[in-house]
Design a protein around this ligand. Sequence first.
Ligand SMILES: [Zn+2]
Length: 218
Amino acid sequence: MKTKEIQSLTKEDFIFLEKSLLEIGFVEITKTDSKKTFNRLGLSPPRPITGKEASYMYTNNNYTVKIHTTFLKKEGKWRDTSTDIGWCLIAEKDVRKYFSRPFQRKKGFVLKLLRYAWITKWKVDNRHLCPSCNRYMDIKRKQATRQYFWCCTNKTKHTQPVFLSWDHNLPPKAKQFVTKRRKNTLKYNKNNELLGKNPTPAPVIRKKWNMRNPENQE
Ligand SMILES: [Zn+2]
């Protein structure tokens, strides 16, 4: 099982990644934006972090996709091996609604992250309306299986919640890709189980930032 990161990512890889993200409509999260968020929520990292990684966002239908690349633009290099992983998530203002499995910087990192950026953007662009009441559906997650799904709990219009699967209407090619990745994840987890390792769900490992001003959350 290959779990080791390869540090073969180059600056050109980043240039390609950024160009591709901008082409499909993402914009860079500026230093000013990040600072404002840090100050507003009083955020401080759980462990020292080096530099500001290049991150991108895309907003539509009240959801924002965020991509964290682990590339330090100012320094012109990728964060050191094993110190960070790539992320793709969906937030509704300050609330994080969805995390994809994180992206280790192994072979194919850039393309995987890009494909996920595209798929996640598609999900936001095509945020479903409830088939029963036409309100925006929300992203929810099953506790037991950790599987995401779409849900509407507009009790004034329907007593029972309405559900759609997470990949509802996803184009076939995209569906093929996510299915393959989930299969690999299952295999990876199974292997860890056999080895007696119990990998903590990655979003939990991901910085539990300290928040001094939770009342300023939106
Ligand atoms: Zn509804």
